[in-house]
Ligand binder design. Sequence first.
Ligand code: ZN
Length: 318
Amino acid sequence: MNAVSVLYICSAGRSGSTFTDMLLGGHSQMESLGEFSFIGKNLALGELCGCGVLVSDCQAWASVFNQIMQERGIDLRQSPYGLRQWDTCAARIIDHQQQTPTFLLGMKLRSTYMKYRYQLPQKIYQYVPFPPKVVGYIRNTCYMYDIVREARNCQIVIDSSKNIFKALALYEYNPSAVRIILLARDGRGVYLSRLNSNVPRKEAVVSWVKYYQRALPLLSKVVRPEHFLKVRYEDIASQPEKIMKKICKFSGVSFEPSMLDFTAGIRHSVNGNQDARFSRQKKGILLNELWKEKLTQEDLEVFDKYGGLTNRRLGYND
Ligand SMILES: [Zn+2]
């Protein structure tokens, strides 16, 4: 039996995926990559690694880039998208040279193809090939995962890129090595976070609902039940030891108390939530349930109208 080598975190945005990724990265055999699909954009725009220096200047990434240069003749510092990981669409810090209307159209077409492919019965879809670009993305991703695992001497990489189709494609590519965590947070917490970024009420709920409406049935259909794990942000933040032990068991490694020392150690993670990546030394493990005081009755009514059912399906019943 192959050992688990990839833990992939699926979640809607603002659900604690970076926080979870970084906690797991406290294990000696797990390496936190952050939202790895965005590494090309991070290099192109000069963004920071979790260690605090530019990704292009980070020594831990340098050994990975140097090996790729030797083996493939591609210097990612010069050609950031030379080994594209997946179709990515940034919302705030955008590389307009790369994220063009033509690119976004191609991305939409590939995503639609994947959606219809997975609507077919399993006996059929497994014989329907992925789009050629998607095959390339998966190969590039697995290639880079292997180099990182070797360079950092660890068994498992944690990728919190969130995209559900990437999770499924990685799993189909190597089901014995890939494990998927479906992370959920009370939708009202996600909602508040989005309202604070000036997203209109309805939109703030609907995009969150869509994520889980797609992810829940697809994971059940494609991934063997013992290969994916549902985890709630609130449980991680309030009972970290219990949930980290559960994730370790799921991943086939022993629990290490260092996972609970959130403020210790360096993470060379890319992209992801800035606050979780750069403020952890100040904050430690903290349960954020500000929505309980900040959401108005009117906010809650809008949430319940569009998101109440999904929230209950995810186990938030009060
Ligand atoms: Zn770094």
